[in-house]
Design a protein around this ligand. Structure first.
Ligand SMILES: [Zn+2]
Length: 250
């Protein structure tokens, strides 16, 4: 493995939900065992069934599969120089897409710039090594979340102001949640537009296929961390998905 980082980093951004290291649960195994022993003794004497249920939920949460943990492509991508080159090369289409995105108004211009930012942040993350890498990863995920927020704004100016303000505030701390919410808004807009504008049908079908492929590759990248180039393939599927979204802005 080309890049091996300390699996228990301290300080900085570590510990924020969005930058928690995959494979590391909120509790260490020992702590989890201690917690469960303490919890089981107190629950019997004090709260009974309610505590047991909470304990069961906590145990299930701790034992959830890696694909349900917040950050993917954790420590295993960029295993060797070839994979780093593939990851950087497959980040470049986002810069090209950003340059091609129609800039009709401030919102679309912000979205176009955010795509260029995604390509740059991704390239920097994949080429970074050592202590700075975890900050670069945070920048990479935050930039992706920023672009989903900008796209949702560019597509739907009538998004509730509270949602947009809350998303902006949450960007640095919960990038995955912001990405999920605004990707959802974009998917609904795309499906609605495709249902009334037949010329968007083709782009929407391509978008659905690339989203499914991207989702499968995202999970595969996490489940098979030793398999090279899965992350680069995910970059390509995501870039294809983004290119179809540009049809909505034309
Ligand atoms: Zn990447």
């Amino acid at each position: 493995m080309g890049v091996q980082e300390d699996p228990r980093p301290s300080g900085g951004l570590h510990g924020l939900y969005g930058v928690q290291f995959a494979g590391q649960s909120l509790y260490s195994d020992d702590e989890a065992v201690k917690t469960s022993i303490m919890d089981s003794s107190t629950c019997e004497s004090q709260e009974g069934v309610g505590s047991s249920r909470r304990l069961l939920i906590r145990r299930l949460w701790q034992q959830r599969p890696p694909c349900l943990k917040p950050i993917h492509c954790s420590l295993s991508c960029d295993k060797h120089v070839g994979e780093t080159i593939a990851n950087v090369v497959t980040s470049l289409p986002f810069i090209v897409l950003g340059l091609q995105t129609p800039r009709k108004n401030l919102n679309t211009a912000l979205y176009a710039n955010s795509l260029i930012g995604v390509g740059i942040a991704s390239s920097l993350y994949h080429t970074s090594r050592g202590e700075i890498r975890k900050y670069m990863r945070w920048a990479d995920y935050t930039m992706i979340a920023t672009s989903t927020l900008c796209l949702s704004r560019a597509l739907r100016d009538e998004n509730p102001k509270f949602l947009m303000a809350a998303s902006t505030l949450l960007l640095p701390f919960q990038p995955l949640m912001v990405s999920a919410i605004h990707t959802g808004i974009m998917e609904v807009s795309f499906a609605k537009r495709a249902s009334i504008e037949p010329e968007l049908k083709m782009a929407h079908n391509l978008h659905k296929m690339s989203s499914l492929l991207g989702g499968a590759l995202f999970i595969a990248d996490d489940v098979f961390p030793q398999t090279s180039y899965l992350h680069a393939a995910w970059h390509l599927a995501a870039a294809l998905g983004v290119s179809t979204c540009n049809k909505l802005l034309e």
